[in-house]
Write a protein that binds this ligand. Structure first.
Ligand code: G
Ligand code: G
Ligand code: MN
Ligand code: NA
Length: 254
């Protein structure tokens, strides 16, 4: 049985799960929000990593179904997280290129917000530079509609895609997520330090927030905080975790 066939079965069997990774204030380490990361718990294969199943889902279209489920489930989940925390949090959800271009996408978004009662302001949609560049005119239209709903747009894996900086002028972007490739060798790598500083500088002038991804060490966190990076995400401040573990993390984070 192919992985592809197993995936259709997995949807029916409810084998897909969402994990939540904290996005924290770099200075206080207070949890500001969570990124949802999909997991597939196969009965015999165990945890199948997203790098194995997301590309298949993207090519056969199953990503539309999975993505719609993830968006709804994440919007519902964040309500519980807020109750535990006693304050507002946000949820950051990855949107694949195919999902972004789907005719159904805005309906799915509206359903997720209506079903959960979540305010669009608490939703961040993570897209890559590539997603914007496939059809910029269409992207402009979709992003405008997201903004109408007050959802924020984050550029995921910032700086690694094939695109020009002109899109920062053209599109209503709110957040840049520095790819972990630029964080991994901080603070010793002069090139990575220069790239991160340039991103922070650019973001500052454009009034964008920056989240540094893949922060694994105290040294990286301290350096990023020093340079004015306000938000971080990484194993140091919390791995992707199931919702019940995230609830515990929130209680300890208060
Ligand atoms: O933990 P990590 O292995 O979770 O994720 C690997 C990749 O899979 C990331 O690049 C991430 O963007 C992608 N991914 C994880 N969850 C989702 C999801 O819900 N939707 C989409 N489109 N991509 C996801
Ligand atoms: O959506 P995106 O491509 O940004 O997916 C984030 C990926 O990074 C996920 O696979 C997630 O599990 C992974 N990740 C999150 N924090 C860390 C970290 O500190 N180190 C490493 N190596 N990977 C991380
Ligand atoms: Mn992401
Ligand atoms: Na990323």
């Amino acid at each position: 049985i192919s992985l592809e066939a197993a995936m259709f079965n997995a949807v029916r069997e409810g084998e897909f799960l969402l994990y939540y990774q904290p996005i924290v204030n770099a200075r206080s380490r207070i949890i500001e929000g969570f990124e949802t990361l999909m997991r597939w718990k196969h009965p015999t294969l165990g945890m199948v990593p997203p790098v194995r199943f997301i590309p298949i889902a993207e090519s056969n279209g199953l990503i539309n179904l999975l993505g719609a489920w993830a968006l709804k489930a994440a919007c519902m989940q964040i309500r519980q997280f807020q109750e535990v925390a006693g304050r507002e949090l946000y949820i950051s959800v990855n949107i694949s290129p195919r999902q972004f271009r789907s005719d159904r996408f805005l309906t799915v978004l509206d359903d997720a917000l209506a079903l959960s009662g979540l305010d669009g302001r608490q939703l961040v949609l993570e897209i890559t530079e590539g997603t914007l560049m496939i059809d910029p005119t269409h992207a402009e239209d979709i992003l405008a509609r997201m903004v109408e709903r007050h959802a924020r747009i984050a550029i995921d894996d910032f700086g690694t895609g094939y695109s020009s900086l002109a899109y920062l002028k053209r599109f209503p972007i709110s957040v840049l997520k520095i790819d972990r490739a630029f964080v991994k060798d901080l603070p010793s790598s002069n090139k990575d330090a220069a790239i991160c500083n340039a991103i922070l500088d650019l973001a500052g002038h454009l009034s964008l927030s920056v989240v540094a991804e893949g922060v694994e060490t105290e040294e990286q966190l301290a350096w990023l905080d020093d340079q004015g990076c306000h938000y971080v995400q990484g194993y140091l401040t919390g791995k992707p975790m199931p919702a019940n573990v995230a609830v515990t993390a929130l209680k300890e984070n208060l």
